[in-house]
Design a binder for this molecule. Sequence first.
Ligand SMILES: [Mg+2]
Length: 123
Amino acid sequence: MSKHILIVDDCRTTRKLLIYSLKDTHYQITVASNGIEALEKMASCPVDLVITDLNMPKMDGLELVRALRGETLYNHIPIIMLTTEGKEEEKKKGLASGANRYLVKPVSREVLHNQIKELLRGK
Ligand SMILES: [Mg+2]
């Protein structure tokens, strides 16, 4: 069965770009525009990996990661934080919240694919 990836970003263009960069893969993709929407979508359909932006309205990436890590049902799901925030302090916060990877935009298709593959393999 194909793996299911949830893309969470408030920017429509970024969501489109990410979908495009994963188009030749066999992943099933779902999108959400903030943390609240992400949790709603996850409640109705299980996902195997989450790629989330940091800065978003309603519920940002940090809050989303913390919510997922605090939930037995979701605390094992790999999370990639993908953001324009390149500061070391932000990266530390992101990883401390429970994200498995912290990538700074723009990220190459190759890097993204490799990170996803690694995480889905359980590294
Ligand atoms: Mg954003």
